[in-house]
Design a protein around this ligand. Structure first.
Ligand code: G3P
Ligand code: CA
Length: 252
């Protein structure tokens, strides 16, 4: 059986400023199999990597991402609560992340953050970048906006799409198949072993989020999820590679 992959959520958001290059580099350095990041469009239509629709929480700026040009966004410090430790950290563009990805083999889960604002062209622009950097086999698109995933599928059906959801769903693997999507990314509390097994039988990948508790990491690794998404990739790797999957780590 394949090992459960470890995806660093917003890079390594538990220890580094979320959705910044330093956070992605940390995930790579500790040996994560993949990273997760969030994308939106700037005022001038650049695909930028940031979680909230407003820059207020994670930067020293104010306002909506959609109302700021990439030049204005680039001036903001996204070091957030880690500013003393890491100094200035810029908001990356998706292109910058993809350019850096040429130096590694990480899988990249790009989440379209377009539930509140539609960001016309976000899917197409992201796909153009995937093609430019030949990352079709390493990128997974996900979104809570399932229409957006279908839009992306219609543009390029070779790039995997994953439905994100928070509440329990009836047979989510069937729903994913109806939408021609290869994966589900469920909220951690909705995941049970029978769901993981049904996904496996139906060849639908399952990657729950956001798993930060050691016991829960061990449980979902024992379930043999395809991946878990965590703010602490180094902690998850330690658990996985020290044999958490062997069900013997009773001390955790
Ligand atoms: O992709 C998993 C997770 O990131 C979805 O929720 O709010 O952390 O983007 P959120
Ligand atoms: Ca996300």
């Amino acid at each position: 059986m394949k090992k459960t992959k470890i995806f660093g959520h917003r890079g390594a958001a538990g220890t580094h400023p979320e959705n910044t290059m330093i956070s992605f580099k940390e995930a790579a350095e500790v040996g994560a199999d993949g990273i997760e990041l969030d994308v939106q469009l700037s005022k001038d239509g650049e695909v930028v990597v940031i979680h909230d629709e407003k820059v207020d929480r994670t930067t020293n700026g104010k306002g909506y991402v959609k109302d700021l040009s990439v030049k204005e966004l680039k001036k903001l410090d996204a070091s957030h609560k880690f500013s003393k430790k890491y100094g200035f950290c810029g908001i990356p563009t998706l292109e910058e992340v993809f350019e850096w990805a040429e130096s590694n083999q990480l899988e990249i889960n790009v989440e379209f953050k377009n539930s509140l604002f539609e960001y016309e062209g976000l899917e197409r622009k992201s796909i153009e970048l995937v093609h430019k950097y030949k990352l079709q086999n390493r990128v997974i698109f996900s979104s809570f906006n399932h229409e957006s995933l279908v839009k992306a599928y219609k543009i390029d059906p070779t790039i995997e799409g994953a439905i994100l959801y928070m509440e329990k769903m009836y047979e989510p693997w069937e729903y994913a198949k109806i939408l021609h999507l290869g994966a589900i990314h469920p909220y951690r509390r909705t995941v049970r072993l029978d769901i993981v097994e049904a996904c496996r039988q139906n060849k639908v990948a399952i990657r729950p989020f956001t798993i930060n508790d050691k016991k829960e990491m061990k449980k979902l690794i024992d379930f043999n999820c395809d991946a878990i998404i965590t703010d602490y990739p180094s902690k998850a790797l330690e658990i996985r590679d020290k044999g958490a999957g062997s069900k013997i780590l009773g001390f955790l």
